[in-house]
Design a binder for this molecule. Structure first.
Ligand code: NMX
Ligand code: MLT
Length: 435
């Protein structure tokens, strides 16, 4: 009693009833029209998914269970006085919809520590990966290997009643979240350092443990950044590639390991999470090309134009749904203003904040010329000595797991069905309208 799992068990009957009521009252109402453009254009704007953990407003940005990022910073328990909220706290919030007390958040820290071990064969698989296998591919590989221990897969094979699917889904999800810092840090230590890694400290919080494992134990600034980072990247409603993929694969009753691995394979694409590595690479390439540390406005403008003229995107800008600056970008900007306002790369990011939207607006086709979350994260990490850009998306993935697995527990608790939208051929579209 008092645990997160006990709270979920209490909430399930209420939520099942709520869904039943929504279906009875509004089941045959329309959520909007679906046009041919939408079907061809990446399903943009189609309201076709149920996702309770967060919702995105095009202008305001993300709300996690109803709370904006500044509200989370105010309401969620922090580890240090006045510090950033913690991933443990947002995990509780995302799963229950309720702001946890400090004791409840602490119970998650303890629970995750107790689940944080990885089998030797998974470590061995990672040890055998060539150093030039992308860290995201290694992460996906490790998750697929960890699947051997899936409690859901075993329960299903043993004939579990569908009313109870949520329970092993919850267990697997908590296990995955607990093990991710070990897996992620092992990849980091193997690829960039000597392969040696410390152990989980049961007294430390999730982010401190992750920082310790990565080899940043004495870097308090980095650990605070990690807390903020791991909170703001958790969830971005259901339609983004990583969330939607996890949900889709999970709908086939693939277990949480397989579902998350699939989602993270999507996160590894440059138009999605990989953009965070691309941003810093692009900025550093500009400096190198110009041979300067402080490019002028004119030089930045020209570099942006060259990027567009060569048929590439400006990484970190634009969004499929957002139409204003991403509040996750703003949260990171505020962190930078507080802790590193004189950093030269931060000053370039600040200049880009003003210059890129002008260039993109001039081009005339981009629907959102403003920065997204990925435009900022790299320079913050780099400031604290975390310079390995190719690794950045792994941090995004560790955070995203918290959001998409919270929803996956509810997918199974609510008995959501296998996802299977209808597709059309070009001929069938013609046939519909050219009678
Ligand atoms: N630079 C150059 N062109 C762009 C950009 C950009 N940053 N953003 C959009 N466009 C282009 C886009 O490629 C498309 O061109 P075309 O018609 O020739 O195919 C046109 O503008 C219209 O696209 P939109 O409807 O504005 O954007 P869409 O919803 O299709 O795509 C993104 C959204 C995020 C994929 C797109 O803005 C992009 O490629 N941004 C750069 C990559 C990036 O930062 N991704 C990270 C997103 C956040 N995350 O973590 O996932
Ligand atoms: C995300 O966090 O998933 C990205 O901003 C992409 C999206 O929402 O489509």
């Amino acid at each position: 009693a008092g645990s997160l799992k006990a709270r979920v068990a209490e909430l399930i009957p209420e939520k099942r009833n709520e869904l039943k009521e929504i279906k009875t009252k509004y089941g045959n109402k329309s959520l909007g029209e679906v046009t041919v453009d939408m079907a061809i254009g990446g399903m943009r704007g189609i309201k076709g998914l149920l996702w309770d953990t967060s919702i995105l407003d095009a202008d305001e940005g993300i709300r996690f269970r109803g709370y904006t990022i500044p509200e989370l910073q105010e309401k969620l328990p922090a580890t240090i006085e006045g510090g950033e909220p913690t991933p443990e706290a947002i995990l509780w919030l995302l799963i229950t919809g309720e702001v946890p007390t400090a004791a409840q958040a602490r119970s998650i820290t303890d629970d995750l520590s107790s689940r944080a071990t990885i089998p030797e064969f998974v470590e061995e698989i990672l040890d055998r990966c060539p150093r030039d296998l992308h860290p995201m591919s290694q992460l996906s590989l490790a998750l697929n290997a960890l699947q051997r221990d899936s409690i859901f897969a075993k329960a299903y094979a043993d004939g579990i009643n569908k009313a109870n699917y949520w329970d092993p889904t919850y267990e697997d999800s908590m296990n995955v979240i607990a093990k991710l810092p070990l897996i992620a840090a092992k990849i980091y230590r193997n690829v960039y350092k000597d392969g040696k890694m410390g152990a989980i400290d049961p007294k430390a919080d999730y982010s401190q443990n992750f920082a310790n494992l990565l080899g940043f134990s004495d870097n308090q600034g980095f650990t605070e950044l990690l807390r903020l980072y791991l909170v703001i990247h958790t969830d971005h409603e259901g339609g983004n590639v990583s969330a939607h993929t996890t949900h889709l694969v999970g709908s086939a009753l693939s277990d949480p390991y397989l579902s998350l691995a699939a989602g993270l394979n999507g996160l590894a694409g440059p138009l999605h999470g990989l953009a965070n590595q691309e941003v810093l690479r692009w900025i550093l390439a500009m400096n190198e090309k110009l041979g300067v540390d402080h490019p002028t406005r004119e030089q930045i403008l020209n570099y942006c134009k060259e990027t567009l003229a060569s048929g590439r995107v400006i990484p970190g800008f634009g969004h499929a749904v957002l139409r204003k600056t991403d509040p996750r970008y703003i949260a990171q900007r505020e962190f930078a203003l507080k802790y590193m306002k004189d950093d030269h790369l931060f000053s370039i990011v600040s200049n880009l904040f003003h210059i890129v939207p002008e260039v993109l607006k001039e081009q005339g086709k981009v629907k959102n010329p403003y920065p997204n979350v990925d435009a900022h994260s790299g320079v913050l990490l780099r400031y604290y000595g975390f310079v390995e850009q190719d690794y950045y998306t792994v941090l995004f993935g560790v955070s995203r797991a918290i959001g998409v697995l919270s929803q996956l527990v509810w997918d199974r608790a609510l008995g959501l069905p296998i996802e299977r939208p209808k597709s059309m051929t070009m001929a069938s579209i013609r046939q519909m309208f050219e009678k």
